[in-house]
Design a protein around this ligand. Structure first.
Ligand SMILES: [Zn+2]
Length: 509
């Protein structure tokens, strides 16, 4: 029985009037260790197919696995950063199932004895349409260690799926790369924020993993993969509904869209008196829809049993404490520190965060700019530019050092804001460094007193009535003459100094 994608959707806001969503996230992270989980093969992305392989990761008879100490250490790092309890004794387990890209016909994983359990990760979300940011604590059920599978390539079909393909190829380079699975507890009570909370959680987790230097966390290359569980319960019923598991959602935006779609779809099923089927679903990037996959296996289908070829993992408390002491500053603590150092409100800081500019502003401040200036340029001119060209701020061809230099030129009075914007334009257009653009375009403020005086005299001569009013004491009229001077100097005059000179010339200083 295929899914009910054609059965219609209930608009999101309406669905939320009758149902309460519960979400859960299972995230797989490929660890950035030098070698694979149970052998010495390089754990690298890409490479000629089937070149990073050996008898162990090919599952050849008689080959025996040995667990990677580095992978266990990375997993403990992740567990500690997620406030988990680290087991003092646990085992690997065999998860039995057949899949062509899994050469042993079982996966070495962890089942009822995961390495890390019972933690949490706090995320902050902003309600749509403004309002106070809300903090949500996402419980972490478990963090366990396993090995990745190989990769099948289906050739000849239109979709890249096995259906319709002429033949399939398999690449075992990825087989045996250490994989950490991070499973949340069910997250309820977030209502209409559920899709945003799901996205914020994956974003925060990605930033955390990056700070821990345990993975390159590239969703587009599959080193961070996300399965999104969604269920609905009738509001006030107190009973959770049947959940679906949307597999391999491969971007942050898609995480949000997948939850949103499942809420709209499941609401339609329930409204019709139907039953939500417990199943895995595929997310389609192009339409934002999910479609039914296989019905979900139960744990007993995998015939888990303790892996007989590996000794138990028993990390000493001393080792765990050493790892804890070596943890870097984590993203939440770093944000709190930067917010205080920069003297910003929650709202001001979250604007920087939402623009994806925290690292850029921090680097600009490190390069010598004041926090207010760094924030002003990245969130103003440069955010506009990024928006218009459909790029991320970090992808603009301007560096934090460039922005700091421009801020310094403004602070020194060599540029005003208008000229600074032209310098930014020049840097973005590839005309060189800020100093090269200033020189190339002739963009310095006119400091030459004689040139400025000449421009002032010209402005007075060209506007005799205005000049007369000022002589008569109407100082406010000077604005018109300052405007004329600015125009004559193509905006490069120091407006304050021009005003002083005008008033002095007309006997008003
Ligand atoms: Zn190997």
């Amino acid at each position: 029985m295929s899914g009910r994608a054609g059965a219609g959707l209930v608009p999101f806001d309406e669905a939320l009037t009758r149902y309460e969503p519960v979400i859960g996230l299972e995230t797989h992270v490929e660890l950035g260790t030098a070698t694979k989980m149970f052998c010495g093969c390089p754990a690298q992305f890409g490479g000629e197919p089937n070149t990073f392989v050996c008898p162990v990761c090919l599952g050849l008879p008689g080959a025996l696995p040995v667990a990677s100490r580095a992978a266990i250490e990375y997993t403990i790092r992740i567990g500690l950063a997620l406030n988990c309890t680290i087991a003092d004794w646990c085992r690997f387990a065999r998860k039995n199932y057949f899949y062509p890209d899994m050469p042993k016909n079982f996966q070495i994983s962890q089942y009822d004895e995961p390495l890390c359990t019972d933690g949490w990760l706090d995320v902050t979300v902003e309600p749509e349409g403004g309002g106070e940011p809300r903090q949500v604590r996402v419980g972490i059920e478990r963090v366990h260690l396993e090995e990745d599978t190989g990769k099948s390539l289906h050739i000849g079909g239109a979709t890249g799926r096995i259906h319709g393909a002429d033949y399939s190829l398999v690449d075992y380079n990825r087989a045996g790369i250490p994989l950490v699975e991070i499973v949340t507890k069910p997250v309820d009570g977030t209502g209409a924020l559920a899709p945003v909370v799901a996205r914020a959680y994956v974003t925060e987790l990605r930033d955390l993993l990056r700070a821990l230097a345990v993975s390159d966390v590239r969703m587009e290359e599959g080193s961070l993969r996300c399965d999104v569980n969604t269920s609905l319960s009738a509001t006030g019923s107190g009973r959770w509904g049947t959940r679906t598991e949307t597999k391999n959602v491969n971007s942050l935006r898609s995480v949000e869209r997948a939850v949103r779609f499942e809420i709209e779809r499941q609401a339609a099923v329930l409204d019709e008196g139907g039953r939500v089927v417990q199943e895995t679903r595929h997310f389609h990037e192009d339409t934002g829809a999910t479609t039914a996959g296989r019905s979900k296996e139960e744990a007993q289908d995998y015939r888990y049993f303790p892996e007989p070829d590996l000794v138990p993992v028993a990390p000493s408390r001393e080792w765990v404490e050493q790892i804890r002491a070596s943890l870097p500053e984590l993203p939440a603590a770093r944000r709190a520190r930067l917010k205080a150092e920069w003297g910003l409100s929650d709202h001001e800081f979250s604007m920087i965060q939402n623009a994806g500019a925290v690292d850029l502003v921090a680097a600009t401040v490190t390069a010598g700019a004041g926090p207010a200036e760094a924030r002003k340029w990245w969130l103003g001119e440069l955010a506009r530019e990024a928006n218009q060209s459909g790029r991320e701020l970090a992808d603009l061809p301007i560096t934090p050092a460039d922005v700091a230099r421009i801020a310094a030129l403004v602070a020194a009075g060599a540029l005003n804001d208008k000229l600074a914007r032209q310098v930014i334009e020049g840097v973005l257009a590839g005309e060189g460094t800020p100093d090269e653009v200033v020189a190339g375009r002739g963009l310095a403020i006119v400091r030459d007193e004689a040139a400025l005086t000449a421009a002032v005299d010209e402005a007075i001569a060209a506007n005799p009535e205005v000049a007369e009013k000022i002589r008569a004491g109407k100082v406010a009229a000077a604005g018109a003459l300052v405007g004329a001077v600015m125009k004559a100097t193509r905006g490069q005059a120091d407006a304050g100094r021009a005003r002083e000179l005008i008033l002095a010339r007309l006997g008003q200083s």
